[in-house]
Each structure stands twice: as C-alpha cells, then as structure tokens.
Design a protein around this ligand. Structure first.
Ligand code: PLP
Length: 360
C-alpha cells in the first residue's frame, strides 16, 4: 500500500519531501557516520542543526530581535502551567475560552492564581469566536490568553482580541506557520509542533524578552522557567534533538515553497474547495459560523450518526484516513494542514460527492 491522504488532526501529515530526505540521512547524516538520533546535542554538527532551524524560523516568521525562540518539551499542555508560573506576577490573568484546549489552559491557570474567563463560546458548542473588541479585562491582569485556532471545533480568530494593552499569549498549535503573522502583537506565541510542523515531542515558544525573568511563582521547577531555556539557547538539558531536526527541514521546505504568504494562499485554496462543497451539499454541513472558519481544521456532519460512521468507514477504504471527528464532537473533521496537497482535498470532495449521490 502506498501513502494515504491523512486528514489527522495531530500528529499529522508531513511533507513527503521532508520524510524522504530524512530517510536518506537516517544512517549517515552528511558524512558524519551516524544518525541525528545518535549524536551528542553538544556536538558541532548538532549545534549547526538547531541554530539553522532557529534562524530559518526567524526568517519565515519575521521574528523581531527582541523575541527568543525556545525549543521545549512537555507538549502544548505543559505550557498551560508554564505560562502562569512565569507570567502571573499579579496572580491574575484573563482567559478567552473558545474550545477544549483554551478551557484546559484556563483550568490549569486556576492552580496558580486568579484566571478570569472574560469571554466564551461554550453556549453554542464552541462553533464561533466571541466578539473580543471590548472585553472587560481587569486592570491588573498579567496577560490575555487565547487559543488562536481551535483544532477540535474548527474556529479561528480572524482578528486578535483587543487586550486593552495587556500582553497577548496565544496557543497556535494548529495554525503555526499556516499564514503570515505579526509577532510583535504577541507576548508569547507557542505551539506543539505535531499539528503543522514536525513530530510530536517538540513545543516551540516565541517569547518577548522582557517577559523572561527570574521573577516567577515560588516553587517553579528549573525546567519550567523560560529563563533556564532562554539562557542556554534551548540546550539547558538534552532537547528533543531528532524532532527539532525534522522541524528544521520543514522550515526549509516552507522557505522553498515561498514562505508564509504562499502557504496562506495554498491553504485558502484548499479550504475553499472543501467549504464551497459543504455550502452547496444537501447531505454534509459545516458546523462553524462561516466568518470564523479555520483554514486548518474543517468539521462537518450529515446529521445522522450512523451515516457519519458509514462515511468514515468507506472513506478509509478509499484511502482517506482519520476523518472521524473528535470524540467529544462526533461527525467528521478534515484537518488540511500545510503538508496536505491540494489534490488530497480535491479527491476528498470528489469522494464526498459520490457518497452523497449514493446516500441521498
Ligand atoms: C493538540 C493541541 C494541544 C495539546 O497538545 P499536546 O502537545 O498534546 O499537549 C493544545 N492546544 C491545541 C490548540 C492543540 O491543537
């Protein structure tokens, strides 16, 4: 069997070119006689790998000099704790709850201080992004927290919230590098890489330097201080070496593809193919308010759980994998990250049309 069209929400599809290159370098990385998996993270060869990865990411995202790029571990979920531990100087922060991941971050922050829910879309199963133009943000809040693209529900902020001058912290796990971004609008941008960049095990955090201090909550473990990792250029202890190496290859692939503007155009093209069909279909329906639709995660339903299951099963047999919706939502979800080719979405829609004709 060849490669399938993999619509997994994460870990997810990676560019085939990157996988082939990594395979070629598996036993002997550039003549050094060993795999990247086997080399010391203190070696010269590895130092070049991690430094180039960081530089390429800086180039792609146009990251200003006063921001640090950290390669961390623990998944996006560990950031739910690291953020309050490092940033809650006044022990107060505002959270906008637009889905499960934002909710988990909000709940975790309550362990460390006062996390205040300033907006939520839970009333309509997180199917929209609330109006965040004039929220009641406490004067002494240390930051405003958002999950910018909601992987499970398929919503995305099209404009960032008005934080009333407070630091914006964003989980971008599922929209990382999907379009150009103005880094200077954020205090912290972070994400697990397994959605749109690389293998699970790496988290990238981009943090404005003035937010990285020794002044953290008492009891914060050394490994959970941003300063520890910033001072050591992400080499305080053994980093997820191989994962970072693959991320670096994906950064180079994005550069070659034309950068984030090209990614955005490609992602818009793919999403339009799918949403246009969902809007005209009499069987399938998108679940998200059109103006808040994500370019990356596209949930849809037939309205009949049995028919949904039949679709997922037949799609799998036809080579379209991982279309089952999140266990908390049901229905279907197609995640169409950067590495999903246009052809994959075209063929999926063709298959959906055929299924519709057979089941209507
Ligand atoms: C997947 C995901 C997470 C959780 O990531 P882990 O690396 O498994 O902790 C958090 N936030 C968002 C937006 C996600 O998509």
């Amino acid at each position: 069997m060849g490669r399938v069209y993999n619509f997994s929400a994460g870990p997810a599809v990676l560019p085939e070119e990157v996988l082939k290159e990594a395979a070629k370098e598996m036993l002997d990385y550039k003549g050094c006689g060993m795999s990247v998996m086997e080399m010391s993270h203190r070696s010269k060869v590895y130092d070049t790998i991690i430094k180039e990865a960081e530089q390429d990411l800086r180039d792609i995202m146009n990251i200003p000099d006063n921001y640090k790029v950290l390669f961390l571990q623990g998944g996006a979920s560990l950031q739910f704790a690291m953020i309050p531990m490092n940033l809650m100087k006044n022990k107060k922060a505002a959270y906008i709850v637009t889905g499960q991941w934002a909710k988990k971050a909000y709940q975790e922050a309550q362990i460390y201080g006062e996390a205040i829910k300033v907006a939520s879309s839970e009333d309509k199963t997180f199917s929209y992004i609330p109006d965040c133009s004039d929220l009641d943000i406490p004067e002494d809040a240390d930051y405003v927290y958002i999950c910018e693209n909601n992987t499970i529900y398929g919503t995305k902020y099209k404009t960032l919230p008005n934080t009333k001058g407070k630091t914006l912290v964003a989980d971008v796990s599922s929209c990382f590098l999907s379009e150009p971004v103005d880094v200077s609008k954020y205090g912290v941008i972070y994400g697990g890489v397994q959605k749109n960049i690389g293998p699970a095990g790496v988290v990238i955090a981009i943090i404005r330097e003035d937010l990285i201090t020794e002044d953290v909550l008492p009891g914060t473990p050394t490994m959970m201080k941003y300063k520890t990792h910033a001072d050591a250029d992400s080499l305080y202890n053994t980093p997820p070496c191989y994962g970072i190496y693959i991320c670096g290859k994906v950064f180079q692939w994005i550069k070659k593809m034309g950068g984030l503007q090209a990614m955005k155009e490609l992602n818009e093209k793919k999403a339009k193919i799918l949403y246009d069909y969902l809007d005209e279909s009499s069987l399938f329906k998108g679940t998200v308010v059109p103006k808040d639709r994500s370019l990356m995660n596209v949930p849809f339903v037939t309205g009949d759980a049995e028919l949904d299951a039949k679709f997922v099963k037949e799609a799998k047999q036809a080579g379209f994998e991982n279309l089952k919706g999140h266990r908390t939502v049901g229905g279907m979800r197609a995640s169409i990250y950067n590495a999903m080719p246009v052809e994959g979405v075209e063929k999926l829609v063709e298959f959906m049309k055929k299924f519709e004709a057979e089941n209507c």
